[in-house]
Design a protein around this ligand. Sequence first.
Ligand code: LMR
Length: 331
Amino acid sequence: LAACGGDSSSSDDKKSSDEYTADKPLVIKFSHVTAQDSVKGKAADYFAQLVDEKTEGKVKVEVYPASQLYGDADELDALVSGNVHMIAPSVTKMVKLDPRWQYVDMPYLFESEEHVQKFFDSELAQKLFNSDQLAANDIKGMAFWPNGFKHFSNNKHPLVKPEDFKGLKFRTQAGQVLEAQFEALGAGSATIAFGETYAALQQGTVDGAENPFNNFDTMKFYEVQKYLSTTQHGRLDYAIFVNKSFWESMPEDLRAKVEEALAEATKYAQDLAAEENQKSFEKIKSLGTVEVYEMTDEERAALKEALQPVYDKFEDVITKELIDGIKALAE
Ligand code: LMR
């Protein structure tokens, strides 16, 4: 409730950065769902370290990895309500607010890491950040971080041809595009929180999943999946979001330093992602517990064709502007 009276030091006034010290820092709670040693975990920790250095401890980023504080189901709500200040969800999970974020799930839309980076740097990506839906929920989009291409895995048999997917059940992150992807392949799906996926695979609630190599590795999915094919059929990437009111309440000088740290951490994440995914791929192959099938271009093309119905169904939802705009960036 707003206070009345003419007190010029009302609580609405911004605090000055002098009020914060290394002993009494301004705390930014940053929650995410992957392991601490994942691409996102490492980039988040590096961001926290940079903020500490740049603000001389006046701002402390408390990173809560591995769904410790909030999982898939509640991290966005926690950001909207200000219980957490910063999150870095896989953008698919923003479908709750704006279905266009499912651009990332459109099969074989992105051709390379460079293509993805061009999109991150594009006006199209900025448009997603400038949406009414984010503003209405007091959320500000800050940066894009890559993870990598997703690959299908399962426990029944190698997945090479479209017909190999028939009758299997897969875990999805969120949204109807991923559901439609499996439908197009004659498979079923269930939305399961990332933190519960290992158990779901272990108990046979679902037969398979789709992950970048690094998530497959750092979540130890290799313990509960027998077959992995390098299908490279979709992306898993992140965006960093802050609670807008919280962000705007920060003293400007400190906010500028946090912004600087985020720009550096973003560059770090961009350099790290492909490298960590490659390392994880080598590790998965060397374990001997997962049969890895390396897909040919022809085999990928057959999957791409089988997944065309996803475009027919979702072009209007994702918007032609976004889909065609992303395709044009490949050239
Ligand atoms: C997933 O649920 O598979 C991903 O969102 C996990 C992540 O954040 O990388």
